[in-house]
Design a protein around this ligand. Structure first.
Ligand SMILES: [Cu+2]
Length: 184
């Protein structure tokens, strides 16, 4: 009799603990599901050329961005030292062209655009001949971190654990009833 009572007490405690754990798991936020807020990234890009004007280039030539959905602020500086050597910064994003005015050495221009795609997005100088002489670069936009697929996995694991716990709980209740009936 005493052993049965002890068993009952243990079962009740186990059941209570499992219910508590279940409610905790249900209340767990899907930790990776939240999308980060749109980022705002700023870059200073310098347009330059060799002293003789035989080649032109951007510094930096490549800009890597971890994820799309970013507002890009470009500060474009004409760092060329050849008098009168104008440059601009031109980019096509999803079929829309953005470009600074052509500016003289020492001048600065600003450009803002939104990147919502992954892949390589080239930028160049639209002054005739400059792109061919090397004045081009690119944004490399990747995808990192947990997307919706990852958060779904977490949800699935939680779901299986909850089902397992509820199943054990039901078994414990049935067992409890059997034991009490046996006691009569
Ligand atoms: Cu140029």
């Amino acid at each position: 009799m005493a052993a049965r009572l002890l068993l009952l007490r243990r079962l009740t405690l186990t059941l209570a603990a499992m219910l508590l754990l279940s409610s905790f798991l249900i209340s767990l936020p899907p930790s990776r599901a939240q999308e980060p807020p749109p980022a705002n990234l700023s870059y200073t890009i310098i347009g330059n050329g060799t002293a003789g004007g035989s080649s032109f280039f951007f510094v930096p030539k490549e800009i890597t961005i971890a994820t799309p959905e970013v507002m890009i602020n470009v500060t474009f500086v004409n760092g060329d030292t050849v008098t009168g050597s104008v440059h601009d910064f031109t980019i096509d994003v999803e079929g829309v062209r953005y470009a600074t005015p052509r500016i003289l050495p020492g001048e600065v221009a600003y450009l803002e655009f939104y990147i919502n795609v992954t892949g390589t997005i080239p930028y160049w100088c639209s002054v005739p001949g400059h792109r061919e002489l090397g004045m081009e670069g690119a944004f490399i936009v990747g995808t990192t971190g947990g997307g919706p697929g990852f958060s779904l996995d977490i949800g699935l694991v939680q779901g299986i654990m909850i089902i397992a716990l509820i199943g054990t709980g039901i078994f414990a209740v049935v067992y409890h009833l059997r034991v009490t009936r046996g006691m009569r």
